[in-house]
Design a protein around this ligand. Structure first.
Ligand code: NAP
Length: 270
């Protein structure tokens, strides 16, 4: 794979900021959409991915964004410690972090909710929600070296509304959003802000694992007041706002980037 062309403007919103973006699987990942916009706005980046098989896809992207690249499974404390140890040794601090990762065992996605096993439930919540606390515990002290920072977690409407087939990811996203609030209460007084960005459906690797994703994408695109599907660029631009100084007073928020779909009472009757 060849490296994509990237553009960077002078005087961007993130000039001088150093950011770690977790959850890049390929060029369709929301994490990559965020990286492209953060780079365009002047950020210095580090990217991370989990699966060794993805190195071939992620390394050309990292090269294009002049980014450091790490392999890290967020459930492995030694890998997390190594990642943050290297960031501290290299940069001496960190200004923002993007949590753009989630996982549920295939058996638990689309299964009748009452049949989801305790093991599948626990694994989904550990990776998709508790990881935010593990990351914040390590990132926040580095952010305080530079006077503060911002953390953004990617969530979905299934946290607060029932979405067919979303299954165990619904409670995982609800826990993630609640974690954003709990961690904000703990860290915001010291200068580290957390927010959630609730994206509308976008065709990615993770989305492909959700049974019935195609009709969900079609319904959301057609019913949303915006009248089109959400793109990684839409998500990236909103993320830039949330980690920039423009959102200094925005804390514990769930910002919907879904073309207005979340506000509808009855979709498709407008
Ligand atoms: P994606 O490209 O497949 O990204 C998901 C990432 O999570 C992958 O890089 C995956 O790595 C990583 N991950 C899974 N388990 C991990 C672990 N134990 N440690 C570290 N990383 C792990 O899909 P995406 O749609 O961009 O998802 C990014 C975030 O956006 C997720 O939180 C998702 O729920 C959220 N979101 C997506 C949509 C959508 O429609 N696409 C809408 C709203 C919110 P592996 O591939 O190696 O497992």
């Amino acid at each position: 794979m060849t490296s994509p062309a990237m553009t960077r403007a002078e005087g961007g919103l993130l000039t001088g900021k150093r950011g770690l973006i977790l959850g890049v699987a390929n060029a369709r990942s929301l994490a990559w959409g965020i990286a492209v916009e953060a780079y365009a706005h002047g950020a210095q980046l580090a990217l991370s991915y989990q699966d060794a098989r993805l190195a071939r896809k992620v390394e050309p992207l990292a090269e294009a964004a002049q980014a450091r690249v790490y392999r890290c499974d967020v459930t492995q404390a030694d890998q997390l410690d190594a990642l943050f140890g290297d960031i501290e040794a290299t940069w001496g601090g960190l200004d923002f972090l993007i949590h753009s990762l989630a996982y549920a065992p295939a058996s638990a996605l689309g299964a009748p909710y009452s049949e989801i096993s305790a093991e599948a439930f626990a694994q989904t919540l550990e990776i998709s929600a508790h990881s935010l606390a593990s990351l914040t515990r390590r990132a926040a002290p580095l952010m305080l070296n530079g006077g503060g920072g911002a953390i953004v977690a990617l969530t979905y409407l299934g946290a607060s509304r029932v979405v067919p087939h979303y299954g165990v990811m619904g409670p995982a996203k609800a826990a993630l959003e609640a974690s954003v609030r709990a961690l904000s209460l703990e860290w915001a007084p010291r200068g580290v802000r957390l927010n959630a960005l609730s994206a509308g459906p976008v065709r990615t690797l993770a989305a492909a694992g959700i049974p019935g994703f195609k009709p969900l994408l079609k319904a959301a695109s057609e019913a949303s007041p915006l009248g089109r599907a959400i793109t990684p660029k839409d998500v990236g631009r909103a993320a830039v706002f949330l980690v920039s100084d423009l959102s200094e007073a925005v804390i514990g928020e769930v910002l919907h980037v879904d073309g207005g779909f979340h506000m509808l009472g009855l979709a498709g009757l407008g």
